[in-house]
Design a protein around this ligand. Structure first.
Ligand code: NAD
Ligand code: MG
Length: 390
């Protein structure tokens, strides 16, 4: 039996992971599940998969969790320290599917204990790529991609020499507003941004798909994960979300990964790697699909992609600034305090301020420095809002 833990178990990726694990209960011993405010789901899943421990990220919800688990034998805990403690419990395979920078510390802890970390939490790599990779190396832990594009790249690279790789192309659906006239984007609402044309995901990543902040983070994730240079990474808009990524080799060959837009493919690949086992995902009918379309992303529509290039040039803690500012700007957009286009404007202002004078700009990449930078970036995003209002 493999010992597994799922961080962010109540979310979209977490639920898909539980779906796969619950199909083969005899194969898995579930150590810990974590969630946030959805206590009912967390408690129900903990019982369903026989988890030893359930953790809510929020202390205020601990009593609810304890009540929901009374008499079940499942241990209940709450808060950041409990998340880290859960990640330190021996496990063979850990799913990192918390949304946002909050996923970084538990992921690092799991790597320090030698677990294989299936990384859906792309924010970890954006904020602290070298720290994650270095921690995995030092502790001989394995890091596996779960983002669909990165799983696709990883699969296209099996048996290949990285020296033969010329370029990596990641596809983007273009999100909810890909066909909207540019002038209308200014008035796009959170509800409109929360509906994805192809994928069923958490609200935050869905809005990030509409703004392409998600793709911008994935470009950075590609650079960190595969060690390629920024100019080797391309983004192409592919409305059908069937081709997830392509790897181009020095002989001109392009290896593409195709599959139905179902995250259980990438999760299952990481769960069973290096083997391939049966997965309950739709098989593509290419004749029925008929055609696949590709087009270049428009710069004016997707400023986030330009900001990602800047971050990759700057390196260091600039990724933590980018992510922290983006997360805060997204909070403000969801709360209706700013418009859709304001998110990229605020993030750029925060990056400018960081470059112009931050004591942290050349600081070492430690968890403390990343956390401090993340807080600073959120604070500066609020400052930028006040300045705009004033
Ligand atoms: P989601 O919003 O559906 O779920 C997020 C999970 O994180 C929930 O369990 C929630 O309780 C937990 N959480 C939220 N805030 C927390 C905090 N402060 N501390 C601890 N836990 C907290 O998100 P999702 O769509 O499942 O995405 C999870 C991660 O996977 C993100 O990093 C996202 O970018 C990445 N990802 C998601 C998809 C997808 O299809 N949903 C695809 C690729 C990558
Ligand atoms: Mg993705």
């Amino acid at each position: 039996m493999r010992k597994v833990s799922i961080f962010g178990a109540t979310g979209s990726i977490g639920q898909n992971t539980i779906d796969l694990i619950a199909r083969a209960p005899e194969s898995y011993d579930v150590v810990a599940l974590t969630g946030g405010h959805n206590i009912e789901q967390l408690a129900a899943d903990a019982q369903r998969v026989g988890a030893n421990l359930a953790v809510t990220a929020f202390d205020a919800r601990l009593d609810d969790l304890k009540n929901a688990l009374t008499g079940t034998g499942v241990e209940a805990a709450s808060g950041q320290a409990a998340l880290t403690e859960a990640a330190s419990r021996p496990a063979d395979w850990v799913m990192s599917a918390i949304v946002g920078a909050a996923g970084l510390a538990p992921g690092l802890e799991a790597l320090k204990h030698g677990a294989t970390l299936a990384l859906a939490n792309k924010e970890s790599l954006v904020c602290a790529g070298s720290l994650i990779l270095e921690t995995a190396r030092t502790h001989d832990a394995c890091l596996l991609p779960v983002d669909s594009e990165h799983s696709a790249i990883f699969q296209a690279l099996v048996g290949e020499d990285m020296g033969a790789v010329e370029r990596i192309i990641i596809t983007a659906s273009g999100g909810a507003f890909r066909d909207w006239p540019l002038v209308d984007l200014e008035n796009a609402t959170p509800d409109q941004a929360s509906s994805h044309p192809n994928w069923d995901m958490g609200q935050r990543i869905t809005i990030d798909s509409a703004s392409m902040f998600n793709k911008a983070m994935e470009v950075i994730e590609t650079r960190e994960f595969f060690g390629v240079s920024p100019d080797q990474i391309e983004v192409i808009v592919h409305p059908e979300s069937i081709v997830h990524a392509l790897v181009g080799f020095r002989d001109g060959a392009l290896m593409a990964h195709l599959g139905a837009p179902d995250m259980r493919h990438a999760i299952g690949y990481a769960l069973h790697w290096p083997d391939r086992l049966d997965l309950p995902v739709e098989r593509l009918d290419l004749a029925k699909l008929g055609q696949l379309n590709f087009r270049a992303p428009e710069d004016a529509r997707y400023p986030a992609l330009r900001l990602a290039r800047w971050v990759m040039e700057r390196g260091g803690l600039s990724g933590a600034v980018f992510n922290g500012a983006k997360e805060r700007a997204l909070d403000h957009f969801i709360a209706g305090r700013i418009g859709f286009l304001d998110m990229a404007i605020l993030v750029e202002q925060v990056l400018d301020r960081f470059e112009a004078g931050s004591g942290l700009i050349d600081a070492a990449m430690t968890l403390d420095n990343v956390t401090e930078t993340d807080h600073l970036a959120r604070q500066w995003t609020d400052d930028a809002m006040v300045n705009r209002a004033g």
